[in-house]
Design a protein around this ligand. Structure first.
Ligand code: AMP
Ligand code: FE
Ligand code: FE
Ligand code: ZN
Length: 293
Protein backbone atom coordinates (compact mmCIF):
# COMPACT_ATOMS: atom_id res chain seq x y z
CA UNK A 1 0.00 0.00 0.00
CA UNK A 2 1.73 3.22 -1.20
CA UNK A 3 0.20 6.45 0.03
CA UNK A 4 1.29 9.99 -0.97
CA UNK A 5 -0.58 12.68 0.97
CA UNK A 6 0.81 15.94 -0.45
CA UNK A 7 0.77 16.87 -4.15
CA UNK A 8 0.09 19.93 -6.33
CA UNK A 9 -1.61 20.35 -9.72
CA UNK A 10 -1.71 23.39 -12.01
CA UNK A 11 -4.72 24.62 -10.04
CA UNK A 12 -1.95 26.08 -7.85
CA UNK A 13 1.80 25.89 -8.50
CA UNK A 14 2.20 22.34 -9.79
CA UNK A 15 2.78 21.98 -13.53
CA UNK A 16 0.43 19.09 -14.37
CA UNK A 17 -3.32 19.30 -14.99
CA UNK A 18 -5.28 17.35 -12.37
CA UNK A 19 -6.09 14.36 -14.59
CA UNK A 20 -2.45 14.07 -15.68
CA UNK A 21 -1.30 14.18 -12.05
CA UNK A 22 -3.67 11.33 -11.11
CA UNK A 23 -2.54 9.29 -14.12
CA UNK A 24 1.11 9.81 -13.14
CA UNK A 25 0.27 8.70 -9.60
CA UNK A 26 -1.17 5.46 -10.97
CA UNK A 27 1.88 4.97 -13.18
CA UNK A 28 4.16 5.55 -10.18
CA UNK A 29 2.43 2.63 -8.45
CA UNK A 30 0.63 4.68 -5.82
CA UNK A 31 -2.53 3.28 -4.21
CA UNK A 32 -3.71 6.52 -2.60
CA UNK A 33 -3.00 10.15 -3.47
CA UNK A 34 -4.09 13.39 -1.79
CA UNK A 35 -4.38 16.55 -3.89
CA UNK A 36 -3.29 19.47 -1.70
CA UNK A 37 -3.14 22.60 -3.84
CA UNK A 38 -2.26 25.89 -2.17
CA UNK A 39 -5.35 27.64 -0.77
CA UNK A 40 -7.82 26.13 -3.25
CA UNK A 41 -10.04 23.06 -3.54
CA UNK A 42 -10.73 23.73 -7.23
CA UNK A 43 -9.13 20.51 -8.43
CA UNK A 44 -11.12 18.13 -6.22
CA UNK A 45 -14.04 17.20 -8.50
CA UNK A 46 -11.78 16.46 -11.45
CA UNK A 47 -9.32 14.55 -9.26
CA UNK A 48 -12.08 12.40 -7.83
CA UNK A 49 -13.38 11.55 -11.32
CA UNK A 50 -9.92 10.64 -12.57
CA UNK A 51 -9.19 8.58 -9.43
CA UNK A 52 -12.45 6.66 -9.74
CA UNK A 53 -11.78 6.00 -13.40
CA UNK A 54 -8.28 4.66 -12.70
CA UNK A 55 -9.17 2.88 -9.46
CA UNK A 56 -6.72 4.81 -7.29
CA UNK A 57 -7.57 6.13 -3.83
CA UNK A 58 -8.12 9.88 -3.50
CA UNK A 59 -8.10 12.08 -0.41
CA UNK A 60 -9.18 15.70 -0.99
CA UNK A 61 -6.93 18.21 0.74
CA UNK A 62 -5.61 21.77 0.81
CA UNK A 63 -2.33 23.38 1.81
CA UNK A 64 -3.25 26.56 3.64
CA UNK A 65 -0.83 29.50 3.78
CA UNK A 66 -0.11 30.46 7.39
CA UNK A 67 2.34 32.77 9.09
CA UNK A 68 3.73 32.65 12.60
CA UNK A 69 5.80 35.62 13.81
CA UNK A 70 6.25 36.65 10.18
CA UNK A 71 7.55 33.21 9.18
CA UNK A 72 5.70 31.22 6.51
CA UNK A 73 4.14 27.96 7.75
CA UNK A 74 1.98 25.59 5.64
CA UNK A 75 -1.00 23.69 7.01
CA UNK A 76 -2.19 20.57 5.21
CA UNK A 77 -5.92 20.10 5.68
CA UNK A 78 -7.56 16.83 4.76
CA UNK A 79 -11.27 16.40 4.05
CA UNK A 80 -12.59 19.78 5.23
CA UNK A 81 -15.73 21.33 3.78
CA UNK A 82 -14.14 24.08 1.63
CA UNK A 83 -17.46 25.91 1.44
CA UNK A 84 -17.72 26.27 5.25
CA UNK A 85 -18.22 30.07 5.17
CA UNK A 86 -15.47 31.22 7.58
CA UNK A 87 -12.92 28.95 5.89
CA UNK A 88 -14.09 29.85 2.36
CA UNK A 89 -13.85 33.54 3.24
CA UNK A 90 -10.28 33.32 4.56
CA UNK A 91 -9.14 31.23 1.59
CA UNK A 92 -10.61 33.88 -0.69
CA UNK A 93 -8.69 36.63 1.14
CA UNK A 94 -5.45 34.63 0.93
CA UNK A 95 -5.90 34.12 -2.84
CA UNK A 96 -6.67 37.82 -3.34
CA UNK A 97 -3.47 38.68 -1.45
CA UNK A 98 -1.52 36.32 -3.72
CA UNK A 99 -2.81 38.21 -6.78
CA UNK A 100 -2.42 41.67 -5.33
CA UNK A 101 1.29 41.29 -4.66
CA UNK A 102 2.24 40.40 -8.25
CA UNK A 103 2.64 44.05 -9.42
CA UNK A 104 4.86 44.73 -6.39
CA UNK A 105 7.02 41.69 -7.15
CA UNK A 106 7.32 42.78 -10.80
CA UNK A 107 8.19 46.38 -9.82
CA UNK A 108 10.86 45.21 -7.38
CA UNK A 109 12.45 42.92 -9.96
CA UNK A 110 12.30 45.69 -12.60
CA UNK A 111 14.05 48.03 -10.14
CA UNK A 112 17.07 45.70 -9.99
CA UNK A 113 17.14 45.44 -13.78
CA UNK A 114 15.21 42.20 -14.30
CA UNK A 115 12.88 42.41 -17.32
CA UNK A 116 9.37 41.20 -16.45
CA UNK A 117 5.75 42.29 -16.83
CA UNK A 118 2.62 41.46 -14.84
CA UNK A 119 1.06 40.02 -18.00
CA UNK A 120 4.00 37.65 -18.43
CA UNK A 121 3.37 36.33 -14.92
CA UNK A 122 -0.39 36.00 -15.42
CA UNK A 123 0.21 34.14 -18.69
CA UNK A 124 1.93 31.42 -16.61
CA UNK A 125 -1.00 31.18 -14.22
CA UNK A 126 -3.98 30.68 -16.52
CA UNK A 127 -6.63 28.49 -14.97
CA UNK A 128 -5.29 28.75 -11.43
CA UNK A 129 -7.07 30.73 -8.75
CA UNK A 130 -3.91 30.61 -6.63
CA UNK A 131 -1.00 32.55 -8.15
CA UNK A 132 2.38 32.05 -6.50
CA UNK A 133 6.06 32.79 -6.77
CA UNK A 134 6.54 29.67 -8.94
CA UNK A 135 4.45 31.38 -11.65
CA UNK A 136 6.77 34.38 -11.45
CA UNK A 137 9.64 31.91 -11.78
CA UNK A 138 8.02 30.36 -14.87
CA UNK A 139 7.69 33.81 -16.44
CA UNK A 140 11.40 34.43 -15.84
CA UNK A 141 12.18 31.10 -17.50
CA UNK A 142 9.87 31.93 -20.44
CA UNK A 143 11.55 35.29 -21.09
CA UNK A 144 15.02 33.80 -20.86
CA UNK A 145 16.17 35.44 -17.60
CA UNK A 146 16.81 32.12 -15.85
CA UNK A 147 17.03 28.47 -16.84
CA UNK A 148 14.54 26.95 -14.38
CA UNK A 149 12.41 27.55 -11.26
CA UNK A 150 15.26 26.67 -8.94
CA UNK A 151 17.53 29.33 -10.42
CA UNK A 152 14.67 31.86 -10.25
CA UNK A 153 14.18 31.18 -6.53
CA UNK A 154 17.89 31.14 -5.77
CA UNK A 155 18.52 34.47 -7.50
CA UNK A 156 15.27 36.42 -7.15
CA UNK A 157 12.41 34.82 -5.26
CA UNK A 158 13.59 32.94 -2.17
CA UNK A 159 12.76 34.53 1.18
CA UNK A 160 14.97 37.59 1.61
CA UNK A 161 15.56 38.06 -2.16
CA UNK A 162 14.34 41.13 -4.08
CA UNK A 163 11.27 39.42 -5.51
CA UNK A 164 9.98 37.98 -2.25
CA UNK A 165 6.89 39.90 -1.18
CA UNK A 166 4.88 38.44 1.69
CA UNK A 167 1.17 37.80 1.21
CA UNK A 168 -1.73 37.60 3.64
CA UNK A 169 -1.72 34.34 5.60
CA UNK A 170 -3.48 32.93 8.65
CA UNK A 171 -2.14 32.44 12.12
CA UNK A 172 -1.68 28.62 12.38
CA UNK A 173 -3.89 28.26 15.48
CA UNK A 174 -6.68 30.09 13.68
CA UNK A 175 -6.29 27.94 10.55
CA UNK A 176 -6.35 24.74 12.63
CA UNK A 177 -9.57 25.89 14.34
CA UNK A 178 -11.18 26.64 10.97
CA UNK A 179 -10.19 23.31 9.45
CA UNK A 180 -11.58 21.38 12.42
CA UNK A 181 -14.80 23.40 12.39
CA UNK A 182 -15.06 22.54 8.68
CA UNK A 183 -14.81 18.84 9.62
CA UNK A 184 -11.23 18.41 8.36
CA UNK A 185 -7.93 17.09 9.70
CA UNK A 186 -5.12 19.66 10.22
CA UNK A 187 -1.51 18.49 9.70
CA UNK A 188 1.51 20.84 9.69
CA UNK A 189 3.37 20.51 6.37
CA UNK A 190 7.20 20.15 6.39
CA UNK A 191 7.49 21.67 9.90
CA UNK A 192 11.29 21.78 9.71
CA UNK A 193 11.42 22.77 6.05
CA UNK A 194 12.79 25.89 4.40
CA UNK A 195 11.48 28.60 6.70
CA UNK A 196 9.13 27.07 9.23
CA UNK A 197 11.94 25.33 11.19
CA UNK A 198 12.57 28.73 12.76
CA UNK A 199 9.19 28.74 14.51
CA UNK A 200 7.96 25.13 14.58
CA UNK A 201 9.68 24.07 17.78
CA UNK A 202 8.51 21.03 19.73
CA UNK A 203 6.99 23.47 22.21
CA UNK A 204 5.00 25.29 19.50
CA UNK A 205 3.81 22.04 17.93
CA UNK A 206 2.72 20.89 21.42
CA UNK A 207 0.83 24.13 21.98
CA UNK A 208 -0.99 23.78 18.64
CA UNK A 209 -1.98 20.24 19.65
CA UNK A 210 -3.14 21.19 23.16
CA UNK A 211 -4.84 24.51 22.41
CA UNK A 212 -6.18 23.89 18.90
CA UNK A 213 -6.34 20.18 18.22
CA UNK A 214 -3.56 19.89 15.63
CA UNK A 215 -3.90 16.27 14.45
CA UNK A 216 -0.50 15.55 12.94
CA UNK A 217 2.78 16.63 11.37
CA UNK A 218 4.41 15.79 8.05
CA UNK A 219 7.64 13.94 8.86
CA UNK A 220 8.95 12.22 5.73
CA UNK A 221 9.51 15.15 3.35
CA UNK A 222 12.42 16.04 1.06
CA UNK A 223 13.14 19.21 3.06
CA UNK A 224 13.88 17.07 6.16
CA UNK A 225 17.24 15.39 6.80
CA UNK A 226 17.23 11.80 8.14
CA UNK A 227 18.00 13.23 11.61
CA UNK A 228 15.13 15.72 11.42
CA UNK A 229 12.75 12.95 10.38
CA UNK A 230 13.67 10.81 13.37
CA UNK A 231 13.40 13.76 15.77
CA UNK A 232 10.03 14.79 14.32
CA UNK A 233 8.72 11.21 14.47
CA UNK A 234 9.71 11.09 18.13
CA UNK A 235 7.87 14.38 18.73
CA UNK A 236 4.74 13.00 17.04
CA UNK A 237 4.91 9.85 19.15
CA UNK A 238 5.41 11.86 22.35
CA UNK A 239 2.43 14.04 21.54
CA UNK A 240 0.31 11.11 20.37
CA UNK A 241 -0.33 12.71 16.96
CA UNK A 242 -0.29 11.36 13.39
CA UNK A 243 2.88 11.50 11.28
CA UNK A 244 2.75 11.48 7.49
CA UNK A 245 5.13 11.18 4.56
CA UNK A 246 4.73 12.57 1.06
CA UNK A 247 6.39 13.85 -2.08
CA UNK A 248 5.08 17.43 -2.19
CA UNK A 249 5.14 16.78 -5.94
CA UNK A 250 4.90 19.88 -8.20
CA UNK A 251 5.13 18.11 -11.58
CA UNK A 252 8.18 19.34 -13.48
CA UNK A 253 8.33 22.37 -11.17
CA UNK A 254 10.43 20.89 -8.39
CA UNK A 255 13.30 18.47 -8.75
CA UNK A 256 13.71 15.56 -6.27
CA UNK A 257 9.99 15.56 -5.45
CA UNK A 258 8.85 12.62 -7.60
CA UNK A 259 5.48 11.08 -6.75
CA UNK A 260 5.88 8.48 -4.02
CA UNK A 261 9.45 9.54 -3.11
CA UNK A 262 8.16 9.50 0.50
CA UNK A 263 4.98 7.83 1.67
CA UNK A 264 2.57 7.56 4.58
CA UNK A 265 2.18 4.32 6.55
CA UNK A 266 -1.29 2.76 6.14
CA UNK A 267 -1.88 2.89 9.94
CA UNK A 268 -1.26 6.64 9.90
CA UNK A 269 -3.82 7.12 7.09
CA UNK A 270 -6.28 5.00 9.09
CA UNK A 271 -5.78 7.28 12.08
CA UNK A 272 -6.26 10.32 9.86
CA UNK A 273 -9.54 8.96 8.50
CA UNK A 274 -10.71 8.24 12.06
CA UNK A 275 -10.05 11.86 13.08
CA UNK A 276 -11.86 12.98 9.91
CA UNK A 277 -14.88 10.95 10.94
CA UNK A 278 -14.90 12.49 14.42
CA UNK A 279 -14.43 16.05 13.15
CA UNK A 280 -17.03 15.56 10.41
CA UNK A 281 -19.59 14.36 12.95
CA UNK A 282 -19.06 17.54 14.96
CA UNK A 283 -19.23 19.80 11.90
CA UNK A 284 -22.25 21.48 10.36
CA UNK A 285 -20.76 21.55 6.86
CA UNK A 286 -20.94 19.27 3.82
CA UNK A 287 -17.80 17.32 4.51
CA UNK A 288 -16.34 15.44 1.52
CA UNK A 289 -15.44 11.76 1.65
CA UNK A 290 -12.24 10.04 0.62
CA UNK A 291 -12.48 7.63 -2.31
CA UNK A 292 -10.79 4.38 -1.36
CA UNK A 293 -11.39 1.52 -3.82
P1 AMP B 1 4.27 31.45 -2.49
O1 AMP B 1 3.17 30.47 -2.14
O2 AMP B 1 3.91 32.32 -3.61
O3 AMP B 1 4.85 32.16 -1.32
O4 AMP B 1 5.45 30.54 -3.05
C1 AMP B 1 5.91 29.46 -2.27
C2 AMP B 1 5.94 28.22 -3.12
O5 AMP B 1 7.07 28.28 -3.96
C3 AMP B 1 6.11 26.93 -2.32
O6 AMP B 1 4.90 26.35 -2.02
C4 AMP B 1 6.86 26.06 -3.27
O7 AMP B 1 5.96 25.40 -4.10
C5 AMP B 1 7.65 26.99 -4.12
N1 AMP B 1 9.07 27.10 -3.80
C6 AMP B 1 9.62 27.67 -2.72
N2 AMP B 1 10.95 27.62 -2.80
C7 AMP B 1 11.25 27.01 -3.97
C8 AMP B 1 12.47 26.67 -4.63
N3 AMP B 1 13.67 26.95 -4.09
N4 AMP B 1 12.38 26.05 -5.83
C9 AMP B 1 11.18 25.77 -6.38
N5 AMP B 1 10.02 26.06 -5.80
C10 AMP B 1 10.05 26.68 -4.61
FE1 FE C 1 4.00 24.96 -3.90
FE1 FE D 1 4.43 23.73 1.45
ZN1 ZN E 1 3.14 21.70 -0.96
Amino acid sequence: MRIDLHTHSNRSDGTDPVDVLIRHARQAGLDVIALTDHDTADGWPEARLAAEELGIGFVPGLEISCKLNGISVHLLSYLPDPSYPPLAKDLQIIRAGRNDRIPTIVARLNSIGVPLTVDEVLAQATGTPSVGRPHVADALVANGTVANRTEAFDRYLADGRAGHVAHYALEPGRAIDLVREAGGVPVIAHPWGRSSYKVMTEETIGRLVDDHGLAGIEVDHQDHSPESREALRAIARNLGIIYTGSSDHHGAGKIDHDLGVNSTEPEQLERLLEVAKTNAAASVGHVPEAYLP
